[in-house]
Write a protein that binds this ligand. Structure first.
Ligand code: F6R
Length: 616
């Protein structure tokens, strides 16, 4: 959601910035713009639509050469995705350009004050007020852009990452951060600012985390960070563990196809180093003591979208292995209903990006109530793990496609590791049983690899079903969250009606949706995982088929009971019931991507969606 890039150094700023914006495209956007400072003047170009539109504008109306510049991809909130509303926004005197991610909540008030002082606002955005405020403030600071930014930030409420350049201060880029992400890239004689490291990873792997309410002044040779009051602020530097090629398509047609194929490795990497030679789980990195884990009387998982579905899977495993009650809640609902959480609650916040505002706000609320928060996150240095008491990173590598795939599988693996660790500490499982699950988990990368063999079959199925009006997904036990995830993938990628249900709920209402030829995808739990659940779902398949539905059955190798009722049978490798989501989800991801492609949609950047949802 909104991509931000800033550069100061010796290279041509425009190409660094546009390349950075391209690497941030995955975040989702609907307009783009750039500004450079050259020979004491400021120039901007901006355009609604994709980056290609901006690039053709730059072709028709080139910018002068410059070594300092900023760029933005905007995901519209205040004001539609038009040229005028695209960032950068420029002050009336044409001297300062500002880009922004987030929402300035008191913008209407600030706008009214500016208008009363005779300032003409040219866009409908909340951002533009900052350009005018900076222009008004700068002269009173002895032309210190960072100080002007601090003064302006103190007047703003809401969530904002702001980056600005001013043509009278031609060697400085200034950034500010409250709630929305912003990271610094430290180069050699050049420095970068960006929404995430992907924007500058081709130039440097040295990153500097910015904290809440900090302002950074970037020059080619220095990075100065203060709080909003001008006091020097502590920063954390780290090395990014992946390189530019990890965030490129590497021969695949889409990022999503690449990320689906990377899942065996992502699962293996997430398991790596977390079990010692004696088979004991080692999660010291998590920073929660054994005593703290023994005191917990409840676990509450908070997350959004796909991460929420991973949390649903986790509940089945955690309660089974640890006997600690577990609730799973949508982060956007959690803090608005007066939830019961306290010092003995462990809140698990799951987030790929680590920046999802709903999850961030929910975990902050939980901490205020005294709960301990454990983040399960894929993005080092992001806000959610930084503000948590403990963190377990998923090692999925960068996820660029908007639709989450490898993050889902690795989130499940991480929650399983935490659950087994809690079981080990609280001795709710014998060491032999823990070892057995750990062994089964280490077999999963190979099984995920095998299930990728269904890719062509799923593509062919998508081709057959692409004109369906609707697709239903049903499942039981952990197959239920898999059904929800399959439906979510199809909605977001193929823009079609899709719904997931607990198969047992069908007859309580949704069965009325069934009609001749309606595709119903059934996630069948392994017969070995519980004969009753398996029997029940076989009956559900018969129920839907009897009403004319076309059944697409996902069942493990050797499960012959489903054969008579399956119009299409997709085989997945046999594995223990709780681990089945790691294989059963994969064909559904491929199916959704193939449906999207068959309908001519953009698989990696579905309409209206953003990768990292940094507004509530
Ligand atoms: C769906 C999808 C979203 C995210 C959700 C949470 O494919 O990607 O539903 O799962 O926005 O994002 P994170 O995990 O970054 O908090």
């Amino acid at each position: 959601m909104c991509g931000i890039v800033g550069y100061v150094g010796e290279k041509q700023a425009l190409s660094v910035v546009v390349d950075g914006l391209r690497r941030l495209e995955y975040r989702g956007y609907d307009s783009a713009g750039v500004a450079v400072v050259s020979d004491g003047s400021l120039e901007t170009r901006k355009k609604a639509g994709k980056l290609a539109n901006l690039e053709s504008l730059l072709g028709e109306d080139p910018l002068p050469q410059s070594t300092i510049g900023i760029g933005h991809t905007r995901w519209a909130t205040h004001g539609g995705p038009t040229d005028a509303n695209a960032h950068p926004h420029v002050s009336e005197d044409g001297k300062v350009a500002v880009i922004h991610n987030g929402i300035i909540e008191n913008f209407a008030e600030l706008r009214a004050e500016l208008s009363s002082r005779g300032v003409t606002l040219r866009s409908e955005t909340d951002t533009e007020v900052v350009a005018h405020l900076l222009a008004e403030t700068l002269p009173s600071t002895n032309m210190n852009l960072a100080e002007a930014m601090r003064i302006v930030c103190r007047q703003l409420s809401g969530a904002f990452t702001l980056v600005a350049v001013h043509c009278d201060v031609p060697d400085v880029v200034v950034g500010a951060r409250r709630n929305s992400p912003l990271v610094v890239g430290r180069g050699d004689g050049e420095n970068f600012l960006a929404s995430d490291v992907a924007a500058f990873i081709a130039h440097t792997r040295h990153a500097v985390e910015l904290g809440q309410d900090q302002v950074v002044e970037l020059r080619s040779e220095s990075i100065t960070v203060t709080d909003f009051d001008g006091q020097p602020a502590p920063t954390v530097e780290y090395e990014v563990t992946w390189d530019a090629s990890a965030a490129e398509k590497g021969g695949y047609e889409t990022f999503m196809a690449k990320e689906i194929a990377e899942q065996p490795k992502a699962v293996a990497d997430t398991l790596l180093g977390r079990v010692d030679a004696q088979g004991q789980l080692k999660l010291d990195e998590m920073r929660l003591s054994e005593e703290q884990l023994r005191e917990i009387d409840k676990v509450v998982v908070i997350a959004c979208g796909t991460a929420y579905h991973a949390g649903m899977v986790a509940k089945y495993a955690l309660e089974h292995w640890t006997r600690v009650p577990c609730e799973v809640e949508l982060a956007s609902e959690f803090r608005y209903r007066d939830p019961v959480v306290g010092p003995r609650t462990l809140v698990v916040a799951i987030s790929q990006s680590g920046e999802t505002m709903d999850t961030l706000m929910a975990m902050r609320y939980a901490r205020e109530q005294g709960a301990k928060v454990l983040a399960i996150c894929n993005t080092q240095g992001s806000t959610i793990p930084r503000e948590s008491d403990a963190v377990l990173y998923t090692h999925a590598g960068p996820e660029v496609a908007v639709a989450s795939t490898k993050a889902f599988l690795t989130q499940i693996v991480a929650t399983f590791l935490v659950s087994l660790y809690v079981a080990q500490v609280r001795q709710t499982m014998s060491q032999a049983d823990i070892d057995a699950v750990v062994r089964e988990l280490s077999d999963m990368p190979g099984k995920v690899d095998l299930v990728l063999d269904t890719t062509e079959e799923m593509k062919a199925l998508a081709d057959e079903l692409k004109d369906s009006r609707s697709v239903l997904f049903i499942g039981r036990h952990v197959g239920f969250p898999v059904a929800l995830e399959g439906a979510l993938k199809l909605k977001e990628l193929a823009y079609m009606h899709a719904e997931g249900f607990a198969a047992g709920e069908l007859k309580h209402g949704p069965i009325a949706l069934l009609e001749d030829g309606l595709p119903v995808i059934v996630v069948v739990p392994p017969p070995g995982g519980g004969a009753i659940v398996h029997e029940k779902i076989v009956s559900n398949i018969q129920e839907v088929r009897a009403r004319g539905a076309r059944t697409i059955v996902i069942a493990e190798e050797g499960d012959d009971a489903v054969i008579p009722y399956a119009d299409h049978l997709i085989r997945v490798p046999a594995c223990p019931a709780l681990l089945q989501p790691l294989v059963a989800t994969v064909p559904l991801q491929v199916f959704a991507a193939a449906m999207s492609a068959a309908k001519g949609h953009d698989v990696d950047q579905p309409r209206n969606l953003a990768k990292s949802v940094t507004v509530e």
